[in-house]
Design a protein around this ligand. Structure first.
Ligand code: EPU
Length: 417
């Protein structure tokens, strides 16, 4: 298995171009199951999760061609409607094929995702909502079997709000008979991106980006050409890279308006930040302690919690994190402690006492965002940090070591022999 090796201590300077958003691309790729017509997608990030989704779609009959972030996709016929355990255990977001398959093909067999490193992550709300729309669903031997004669519009209330749940139902409802209303819908920007894509394909979706989304079903969708939104979590991660190394970075091709809470938090933690229409410039200053609570958008994202924790380890005082989305998303804390951080975990709280410096160590990545927090800590730690299990990092960050070394980081990938 590959490793990332970092010699810390260099402030980063320069410009990093932000890639397309993984969590917008995944549902949009799943949504291509909705029509037999061709699609062109641009700004598709070259990360492992996207490759996994493409493989899954190919196994269902998709013809996919392209490179450098631009792909043409066509699924003239759905040749298989099964997402077996092998795919779903590799990537939970495989569950996103359930809604579109039911809507177009009227049948889907998708492995039930289990728990993962950050929590139990049930999908009961996806299944209950699809049943409300007229799907017949059974779960046997770890497989979800869903069929329908025709999905019908319904009023669905999500509690808690769920990102992929909202996406699954929004896709399913595009081809349903009648109108579907999603209440307490997730409001993440990736939901809006999916709705824009679907509307370009001829769907009739109103209210995406608010907590109530109305979908008027249409008989059929067409293909479309669409450019995926920039990745707000990659943007936020590189903002922390500037802040933690006391460097200065300009992040281009991003959307500052999707990061208001993260920008305000980093300002309060001592960074100087200016923004333009599609760029953010951030200059790290002395790091101040701060308290954050992760909550659904537009509040502080759980996907930035681990990176914020890395920054807090070097603040001048005591910070607190309250994680309200996933019950066990603190795996990075134990690894950061091995680098000299002082972190105490109690239930869903983390108390972080800032220290003067971190020291490089051998650490293990446990999930995607945990891995990025270890990279961030490694960028500033004294000596060498060696991060194993970097396949977690590769799931969601495009060429992270290339992007960071171009702005001065001493970081390299050591290939497994
Ligand atoms: N939940 C339920 N029942 C459900 C669905 C969700 O109880 O049927 C609960 C979850 O257990 C959790 C909360 O609702 O406590 C929110 O989970 P959500 O369903 O919103 O998460 P998700 O859709 O599985 C997406 C992202 C995650 C991100 C979360 C939260 C994708 C592919 N994944 O997951 O991204 O952390 O929303 O914003 O969009 C990542 O990129 O590293 C990542 C984990």
């Amino acid at each position: 298995m590959d490793k990332i090796v970092i010699s810390g201590g260099t402030p980063l300077h320069g410009e990093i171009k932000i890639s397309g958003a993984k969590n917008a691309t995944l549902p949009i790729l799943a949504a291509t199951l909705l029509s037999p017509e061709p699609y062109t997608l641009s700004n598709v990030p070259n990360v492992a999760d996207i490759a996994t989704m493409q493989k899954l779609l190919r196994a269902m009959g998709a013809q996919i061609q392209g490179q450098d972030g631009i792909y043409s996709i066509g699924i003239p016929q759905i040749t298989s409607c099964e997402a077996p355990y092998e795919w779903v255990k590799t990537m939970r977001a495989s569950i996103l094929v359930l809604g579109p398959l039911l809507a177009r093909h009227k049948e889907a067999h998708v492995s039930l995702p289990g728990g993962c490193a950050i929590g139990t992550r049930p999908i009961n709300l996806h299944l209950a909502a699809l049943s409300q729309m007229g799907a017949e669903i059974t779960v046997e031997h770890g497989m979800i079997h869903a069929t329908t004669k025709q999905l019908k519009g319904a009023t669905i209330f999500f509690e808690p709000s769920t990102v992929t749940g909202t996406e699954n139902l929004m896709m399913a409802a595009t081809l349903a008979e009648g109108t579907t209303i999603l209440k307490n819908a997730a409001q993440e920007p990736e939901i809006t991106d999916l709705a824009q894509f679907l509307n370009q394909c001829g769907a009739n979706i109103v209210g995406a980006g608010t907590d109530q989304i109305t979908i008027h079903g249409v008989p059929a969708l067409s293909g479309a050409s669409y450019t995926i939104m920039p990745d707000r979590i990659e943007t936020g991660t590189f903002m922390v890279a500037a802040a933690i190394t006391q460097g200065e970075l300009t992040l281009s091709d991003c959307r500052p308006e999707n990061l208001t809470c993260v920008i305000n938090t980093l300002k309060k933690m001592g960074s100087d930040i200016t923004t333009g229409k599609k760029w953010i410039r951030i200059k790290g200053g002395p790091i101040r302690p701060f308290d954050i609570t992760t909550l659904p958008y537009p509040e502080f994202p759980t996907d930035m919690q681990a990176q914020a924790m890395a920054l807090m380890t070097l603040s001048s005082g005591l910070s607190k994190i309250t994680e309200t989305i996933f019950e066990s998303r603190f795996n990075h804390a134990a690894e950061l402690r091995r680098m000299g951080a002082q972190i105490y975990i109690e239930h869903n709280y983390a108390i972080v006492q800032g220290v003067k410096s971190l020291s490089g160590a051998k650490v293990l990545a446990s999930d995607l965002r945990a891995s990025s927090s270890l990279v961030l800590a490694g960028l500033v730690a004294n000596g060498e940090t060696e991060i194993s299990r970097v396949y977690h990092l590769d799931r969601g960050y495009e060429k992270i070591e290339e992007k960071l070394s171009r702005v001065g980081a001493n970081i390299k990938r050591v290939k497994a022999v």
